[in-house]
Design a protein around this ligand. Sequence first.
Ligand code: SF4
Ligand code: SF4
Length: 240
Amino acid sequence: MLPLYRDAKYTDVPTGDKQDLFDAVKSDMRYSHELYGCYECGICVAACPSARFYDFSPRVFAQTMAREDIHTFYELLNDSVWDCSQCFSCTCCPRQNNPGGIITIMREVAVNTGLQSAKDALRAYSRIIYKVMSTGTQVSPDMLQPDFFPDWGPDVRDVSLNLDVWRRAIPPETLHTVEMAWDVSEKTKLELYMIWKLTGNLEMIESVDEGLFMILEEVMEELLDEHGYDIDDYDCIVGD
Ligand code: SF4
Ligand code: SF4
């Protein structure tokens, strides 16, 4: 079967390689709850915010998987899979499909198998991943630098110069931070590190960005060590 796309980019990739990845998605324990066949009605497309801004369609994911079209699957796995905003509005499907859930599994397979396209797509997020995983909080105020947001005009420069003052003006004390979005207790950080270690998230990071993995492991080991834990005593539980 030819891929849906006339401008398919991966026609040289061996069919067996594509099939292995397709099988990896289908064998995921969540998969049978995400797809029950597709009417091709397009209701999911109407609900999908990404479809408004990109050449992207949740219907194509459902349709491709239902037809077992491994060539189109491979194109999606290396490209459109990163255009989904994971909002799950597509669960309005009258067939009870969850195209966003299929995409979640596809992303995990792309990352776990170290696809170059996944590494390229996620490279820009290294800084955010580092922030979230090392501090337990999301994008921090000190990331608000004029160089990163030139289109925001002179206000960003003014705010960045007096960031600590602005932050101290916020009523909750946990928000009086500049390097973190909010104060996270050591106990919470420890719990998060253990969750990321035991659920295989660190291994996923390693397959897309080894440098980031090494930095994160060092940060986590240090804190766990301080509290009497040895991270190597705990094995990843995914797949057990
Ligand atoms: S996934 Fe559901 S909503 Fe989308 S086209 Fe198929 S049947 Fe319709
Ligand atoms: S989860 Fe993805 S595919 Fe589904 S509606 Fe949201 S952006 Fe679209």
